[in-house]
Design a protein around this ligand. Structure first.
Ligand code: CU
Length: 485
C-alpha cells in the first residue's frame, strides 16, 4: 500500500476544502482519501481497490492516555473509503488476529454472501487468513463499515473494538456549497459492566409511550455497559487538532455514532446544524436544529454556518461524556478567547420534522415485531425477545420479492433501541403516533415503550438480518432473519 491509499483521519478528520460553487476557478484541492482509480478494473487485474488489515493496535486518545484495541490498518477510524456510486469495489480483508472476523457494509445494497453477517451466510474471515469482498457501491450517501462478530461477555470483541470506518458513496449530485468537509465518529472506550445505566438525559415529558404495559416490570435490571473514556475519531476533546474555520465558512459534517451501546446528542453552542441527510439519505425537509441525536449505527449529514466567532466545543450534551472526551474544538481564525461550552436550548429529537406530509402507498402486508425484555436473565444480562422468542426465528418472517411491507416495531420495555435492517432502506411512516414521509433510514431509534412504523419494499433478495444495534442486545437474543420466499 502506498501512502496515497490511506488517510490518517486525525482528530477532526478534516479531509479537505470542498467543492465550492462560489469559487469555480479554484482547482479542486488534492485530498488524501482512498479514491478509486477511474480506469482500473481491479477484478480482472487481480488487485484489490482497498485492503483492510485487522490487527491489534494502540490508540493515543490523549497524551498519556493510550488504549489497546483492534482496528483496521493501524488507525481508528479505519481508512475513509470513498467511491463513486455504481462502481464495482474489491476489498481484501486480512485478519491478523486469533479469532474469526467479518466486515459489514452498513447501509449498502449488497448480497447476503458479502454483507458481513454470519447469520445471513457471509463466510468468516478466518484467524490469520484473508477474504475478498466484492460489491457494487450503492446507494449513494454516508455509509460505514464495521465488524459484525458477536461479543457476548467479551468486551474486547465486536463493536467494542476500533473496527469501524467511514464509507462514503458519491452520487455526483450537487451537495451544495461548502468550504470544508469533516468526518466525525462518536466513540466510547474501556467498557465495563454495571447496574447503573448511563444518563441519556431527561426523558421527554410529552412522550406518549404507546407500548407501555399497564403493570410495570419489577424484576431487577441486568448488567449494562458503562464507559470510562470518550472520543471523536481517535482523540479526546482538546487533544487533537481543532476544526479551523473562518467567519462565513460552511462546514459539512458527517456524523456517525460508532458506539457499541450509547446514544449521543451533539451540539455546537451558538450554531445550528442544517441537517440534509439521515443515515446518508437526503431528507424531505432539511432543517436547522440545535442538537443532533444519534443512536449506535446512525449517521447525519449537516452544514454548519460559521457565523459566531470564538473558540467553541462541538461536543456531547451529556456532561460526563463531554468532560471525559467526547468533543472537538472549533476554532475561528484570529480568536484568543477561552474554549466555550454552553448547554443547547431544551428540546427533543424528532425525526419527523425532517419529513413531509404523510402519503404512503398501501402496504401488501403488515409485520408486527414486539420487543420484550427479560431483565437480569442468565449470566446477569438482560435477554431480548422478538414476538416472544430469542433468536433464531426459523420461518416467521418470509418476504415476497417486490412486495411492500409495513413493519410495526413495538418496543414493550423501558430501554431505547436503535433498530437496524441489513441490505435495505426503509421509510418512516409513524413515530409514537406522529405521521411522516420522506425520511428514509436503515437504523431507527425506537424510544422506551415507543412505537415506530416503517415501510420497506422487499427488493433485495437474500437472507436479511434485523437487530438492535446495541451490541449487548444483539448478542443476547435481539435479532431475527427475514427470508425471501
Ligand atoms: Cu437494543
Amino acid at each position: 500500500m502506498n501512502r496515497r491509499d490511506f488517510v490518517r483521519l486525525g482528530s477532526a478528520a478534516v479531509v479537505g476544502a470542498g467543492a465550492s460553487k462560489l469559487l469555480p476557478a479554484q482547482a479542486p484541492q488534492q485530498t488524501p482519501q482512498m479514491q478509486m482509480p477511474p480506469q482500473a478494473n481491479p477484478a480482472e487485474a487481480g488487485a484489490a481497490d482497498f485492503t483492510l488489515q485487522i490487527a491489534a493496535q494502540i490508540v493515543e486518545l490523549a497524551p498519556n492516555i493510550v488504549i489497546s484495541t483492534v482496528g483496521y490498518n493501524g488507525k481508528v477510524p479505519g481508512p475513509l473509503i470513498r467511491v463513486r456510486e455504481g462502481k464495482q469495489v474489491t476489498v481484501d480483508v486480512v485478519n491478523d488476529t486469533d479469532v474469526p472476523e467479518l466486515v459489514h457494509w452498513h447501509g449498502l445494497f449488497v448480497p447476503s454472501e458479502v454483507d458481513g453477517a454470519e447469520e445471513e451466510g457471509t463466510p468468516m474471515v478466518p484467524p490469520h487468513g484473508r477474504r475478498r469482498y466484492q460489491f457494487v457501491a450503492k446507494p449513494a450517501g454516508s455509509r460505514w463499515y464495521h465488524t459484525h462478530t458477536m461479543a457476548m461477555m467479551d468486551l474486547h470483541r465486536g463493536a467494542y473494538t476500533g473496527q469501524f470506518g467511514f464509507l462514503f458513496i458519491e452520487s455526483g449530485n450537487d451537495p451544495g456549497r461548502y468550504d470544508q468537509e469533516v468526518f466525525l465518529a462518536l466513540r466510547d472506550w474501556e467498557p465495563f459492566l454495571t447496574t447503573v445505566d448511563s444518563d441519556e438525559g431527561e426523558p421527554d415529558p410529552n412522550d406518549p409511550m404507546p407500548e407501555k404495559p399497564e403493570k410495570p416490570d419489577v424484576r431487577p435490571n441486568g448488567l449494562e455497559i458503562g464507559n470510562q473514556l470518550f472520543s471523536i475519531n481517535d482523540k479526546m476533546l482538546g487533544t487533537g487538532e481543532p476544526i479551523r474555520v473562518k467567519q462565513g465558512d460552511r462546514v459539512l459534517v458527517h456524523l456517525l455514532n460508532a458506539s457499541a451501546a450509547q446514544i449521543y446528542s451533539m451540539a455546537l453552542p451558538g450554531h445550528k446544524f442544517q441537517v440534509s441527510a439521515l443515515d446518508g439519505n437526503p431528507v424531505a425537509s432539511p432543517k436547522p436544529v440545535d442538537v443532533i441525536q444519534l443512536g449506535p449505527g446512525e449517521r447525519a449529514d449537516a452544514i454548519i454556518e460559521m457565523n459566531k466567532p470564538g473558540i467553541w466545543i462541538l461536543g456531547a450534551t451529556r456532561d460526563d461524556a463531554r468532560q471525559r472526551g467526547m468533543g472537538v474544538v472549533v476554532e475561528y481564525a484570529n480568536q484568543k478567547s477561552d474554549t466555550q461550552w454552553s448547554p443547547p436550548p431544551k428540546g427533543f429529537w424528532d425525526y419527523t420534522i425532517f419529513g413531509r406530509a404523510a402519503a404512503h402507498p398501501a402496504p401488501d402486508q403488515t409485520i408486527e415485531l414486539a420487543i420484550q425484555k427479560i431483565p437480569g436473565g442468565p449470566h446477569g444480562f438482560n435477554h431480548w425477545l422478538i414476538n416472544g422468542k430469542e433468536y433464531p426465528h426459523e420461518q416467521e418472517f418470509v418476504l415476497k420479492q417486490g412486495a411492500r411491507y409495513r413493519i410495526v416495531f413495538r418496543n414493550q420495555n423501558d430501554d431505547t433501541h436503535p433498530l437496524h435492517i441489513h441490505r435495505h432502506l426503509f421509510e418512516l411512516v409513524e413515530l409514537n403516533g406522529r405521521a411522516t414521509a420522506g425520511v428514509v433510514k436503515d437504523t431507527v431509534i425506537v424510544p422506551a415503550f415507543g412505537r415506530a412504523i416503517v415501510d420497506m419494499v422487499a427488493d433485495q433478495p437474500g437472507l436479511t438480518l434485523f437487530h438492535c444495534h446495541i451490541q449487548q442486545h444483539m448478542d443476547f437474543g435481539f435479532k431475527a432473519l427475514f427470508r425471501y420466499a
